[in-house]
Design a protein around this ligand. Structure first.
Ligand SMILES: C[S@@+](CC[C@H](N)C(=O)[O-])C[C@H]1O[C@@H](n2cnc3c(N)ncnc32)[C@H](O)[C@@H]1O
Length: 231
């Protein structure tokens, strides 16, 4: 596929999945007790090693090659920015700046977010900002449970607080994310189309340059009021 010819996720699912709300309610009422993997505990420790314990925290969840993490760290020099991805290969790809010019208020760690989000919560940490940029859409109807908002870990995303922003090139993903977030928080949520004048991520740039509509949802979760999620 050539660069500016990427496709919007193709799916037989044209609107919000009919089983989504039931799934979210189930996750709110049942404990999620997947044991933590040791490498994710180590990743949390590594992500906080350079933090002064005071700077507000920003998480770039699923940061890929990390270009967004760098931009976010530049925009928020008084914050500590953590870019997390499960792919070592993506994290290690060449950055758009020489090492010496990279912001000092950020760190990249390889971790599984399913553990990392819950480990942040276990440590009692709360976020100032939280980005989930172009998550894998899993557009097949049968893959609903792989989308973050239909995953048992979703309640922790809300628990962590801060200004949460999710972006996607699949409008259905953002509609579903909004519905699930509204169910968790009891507050209205909706996504909007937007124009990425200055793309934050390589995926965003590619989708924009392919002429696709991009969608974003933002909600201020404040101090991360506890959801009904049981651990
Ligand atoms: C479609 S890419 C988007 C990357 C980046 N945010 C961007 O917009 O360029 C989704 C990213 O999420 C990461 N990811 C998916 N599941 C993950 C998980 N459970 N834990 C950590 N990262 C994950 C993938 O490795 C991939 O880099």
């Amino acid at each position: 596929m050539s660069y500016a010819n990427s496709r919007i996720p193709q799916s037989a699912q044209q609107g919000v999945h009919e089983g989504l709300l039931e799934r979210v309610r189930k996750h709110l009422s049942e404990p999620f007790r997947k044991p933590f993997a040791e490498y994710n505990r180590a990743a949390l420790a590594a992500s906080l090693a350079g933090w002064d314990g005071k700077a507000p925290l920003i998480l770039d969840a699923g940061c890929g090659v990390g270009h967004s993490t760098i931009q976010i760290a530049r925009q928020h020099p008084d914050h500590w920015v953590i870019g997390v991805d499960q792919s070592e290969d993506r994290l290690n790809r060449r950055k758009p700046y020489p090492e010496a010019l990279l912001p000092r208020n950020m760190v990249f760690v390889r971790a599984d977010l399913v553990d990392f989000w819950r480990l942040l919560d276990e440590r009692g940490l709360r976020l100032a900002r939280h980005y989930i940029l172009y998550p894998n859409p899993w557009p097949k109807i049968g893959h609903l449970g792989r989308r973050w908002h239909a995953h048992p870990v979703f309640p922790w995303i809300a628990r962590l607080g801060g200004v949460l922003e999710c972006r996607s090139n699949w409008g259905v993903y953002i509609d579903e994310f909004a519905l699930a977030l509204a169910e968790l928080t009891g507050r209205p949520a909706s996504g909007v189309p937007f124009v990425a004048d200055v793309p934050l991520t390589p995926f965003e740039r590619k989708y924009r340059d392919s002429g696709q509509t991009l969608y974003r949802l933002e909600m201020d979760l404040g101090a991360g009021a506890p959801t009904a999620a049981r651990r």
